[in-house]
Design a protein around this ligand. Structure first.
Ligand SMILES: Nc1ncnc2c1ncn2[C@@H]1O[C@H](COP(=O)(O)OP(=O)(O)OP(=O)(O)O)[C@@H](O)[C@H]1O
Ligand SMILES: [Mg+2]
Length: 214
């Protein structure tokens, strides 16, 4: 069996790509999957988290394998990784670089995090267009969602009207995500009963179902 690949992409900076990549990887690993993480962002934030994880968790990746790759190596390295794993999560930088295009093309699903706001909705369109052009399925997900609010409902309505692909799972505005990462962990490890852990598990399950993994 060849691993499925999910690329997390969003041209808007700070939408939560790296946070969700790490959190999802740990959620998949905790659910018993063999997980690869790929950092194609030259900022290397995901790789930095992984270093902390190695140092503080088990001297290795705590059930997660990390690959830093770019350029022409990306496609061949991804093919190699696919052979031994169940799922690969790729974190991408906030620009439409060639590497992002390669990662979008290679993936089975493009996960597009966005805050529920009009600015984020408009900023999401180029990423959806790229997914379409590269013939990859896309799924938008609300991140840093306020507990309640008319704005969330209004943005959701717009997305529904436009028939854009939207995840049922919503990620709240939760400090627990960043807190767990400070220790090189995911929230499902550091605080498994927390609402943030429930949310990220639900997102992992939704993605598994979409990719027909179980
Ligand atoms: N669900 C959330 N709740 C609270 N804070 C969050 C959440 N998701 C992300 N953040 C915070 O938002 C900030 C940006 O997150 P992150 O670095 O993951 O975004 P990014 O899309 O990877 O950014 P970049 O475009 O620079 O790569 C970080 O401080 C992170 O801790
Ligand atoms: Mg990032």
């Amino acid at each position: 069996m060849s691993a499925k690949a999910v690329t997390i992409a969003q041209q808007k900076g700070g939408a939560g790509k790296t946070t969700i990549a790490a959190q999802l990887a740990v959620a998949f690993a905790t659910a018993g999957k063999r997980v690869g993480l790929v950092d194609i962002d030259p900022q290397g934030s995901l790789a930095a988290w992984f270093e902390v994880r190695k140092a503080l968790v088990d001297g290795q990746g705590g059930g997660v394998t990390l690959l830093q790759a770019s350029g022409w190596r990306l496609t061949t390295e991804l093919d190699r990784l696919r052979r031994d794993l169940d799922i690969i999560v790729i974190d991408s930088p906030p620009h439409a670089e060639t590497d992002v295009r390669i990662a979008v093309r290679a993936a089975d699903l493009i996960l597009v995090p966005m805050q529920p706001s009009p600015m984020d909705l408009w900023a999401t369109q180029p990423t959806l267009d790229m997914a379409k052009k590269e013939k990859s399925a896309a799924l938008m997900v609300f991140n840093r969602t306020p507990a309640r609010g008319k704005l969330v409902d209004a943005v959701r309505r717009k997305i529904r009207e436009a028939e854009m692909p939207m995840a049922n799972t919503v990620l709240g505005n939760r400090v627990a995500f960043a807190m767990s990462m400070m220790e090189g962990k995911g929230v499902v490890e550091s605080n498994p009963r927390h609402i943030a852990a429930k949310e990220i598990r639900a997102l992992a399950e939704e993605i598994s179902a979409k990719l027909k993994m179980d």
